[in-house]
Design a protein around this ligand. Structure first.
Ligand code: ZN
Length: 319
């Protein structure tokens, strides 16, 4: 029940109007849809559009770095770089463990009879991406500078400079250790809860965490999407997607404009909507109204689809 559409997006180039109309139509009918933008960016990984292949994600605790740094830029950056080393060590250990298990025939049950070990199994450890989870960028910036990157240009500039430094170091470490390290945006509620436990004393407000954007933007104000998109350019396309609440219930013109805006004026990796909707298993009717009886065919075969995590997780419940 999930579709991904990959669009070539270039600044100043409008998208095909028929395509836009079709996408808006799908979204307004609550078809679970993610739109990914294929674009070259200075820091993005344009070669990667194939999904999957993520070995594991280990998160860097950005707000914790700010809590420890006490307002000193250099301390903050060094703390993050130091912990990046530990992330790399953990990925190396995991990769070595998996290599051993593969060598010992862990995938043998999947092997066709008569083939040598590993010959027909499309599993190449070295091609997998080792995720460096990014979360709490807005919180880190607020703790460190007292300003939000979604609202202050100076704060956004500071954040981008820091991200560029960490990304550079990540790429160096990846090259040195033969790991495909990539930033992965981490919006899971469990991760936020776990990583923020030690931060309450430093003034970290867990409830203020925006779960669908990296820098805490106001989804109704499209001008802040441009700021959000600048941060997304540090992620391989598709790993950082702007999730908008209830986009499917907005006016179709609004949906078209949102897609066009995101494609032409931001560096966003993609756009999706996150919300709940009902779907009838009998006649496939969809509805934004939550109810156990289908308003089209009258049957009681309704399921509730709750789209979370920038549209990457669907929780489906029988009503
Ligand atoms: Zn029905």
């Amino acid at each position: 029940m999930e579709f991904e559409v990959v669009l070539a997006a270039r600044a100043g180039k409008p998208l095909d109007s028929l395509l836009l109309e079709a996408l808006a139509e799908c979204i307004s009918r609550s078809v679970p849809l993610r739109i990914l933008f294929q674009r070259a960016s200075i820091v993005g990984e344009k070669e990667e559009h194939q999904p999957g292949g993520l070995l594991q994600t280990i998160s860097l605790n950005f707000p914790r770095a700010a809590a420890i740094a006490g307002g000193k830029d250099e301390v903050l950056a060094e703390w993050l770089e130091d912990h990046l080393h530990r992330v790399v060590e953990a990925h190396q250990a995991k990769k070595a463990l998996l290599a051993n298990r593969l060598k010992a025939g862990a995938l043998a049950p999947l092997q066709s009879p008569g083939k040598a070990a590993g010959q027909d199994i499309p599993f190449h450890l070295e091609q997998f991406v080792c995720g460096v989870g990014v979360w709490g960028l807005a919180e880190m910036t607020r703790l460190h500078l007292g300003e939000s990157p979604a609202k202050s240009d100076a704060a956004l500039k500071w954040l981008l400079k820091l991200m560029a430094r960490i990304k550079l170091r990540m790429n160096e470490l990846g090259d040195r250790h033969g790991l495909r390290l990539r930033f992965v945006s981490n919006r899971s509620r469990q991760v936020v809860d776990r990583l923020s436990q030690s931060l309450l004393e430093a003034g970290f407000d867990c409830d203020s965490q925006s779960c669908e954007s990296l820098i805490d933007l106001d989804a109704e104000d499209s001008s802040t999407w441009v700021s959000e998109g600048k941060v997304h350019s540090f992620f391989p396309s598709g790993h950082a997607v702007l999730g908008l609440e209830a986009l499917n219930r907005k006016d179709k013109t609004f949906i078209q404009e949102a897609i066009q805006m995101a494609a032409a004026e931001t560096h966003l990796g993609g756009l999706t909507w996150v919300d709940e909707f009902c779907r009838c298993r009998q006649c496939s009717a969809v509805s934004g109204e939550i109810g156990a009886v289908c308003s089209v065919c009258g049957c009681e075969q309704m399921v509730l689809v709750d789209r979370q995590g920038q549209g990457m997780v669907n929780r489906i419940t029988r009503l």
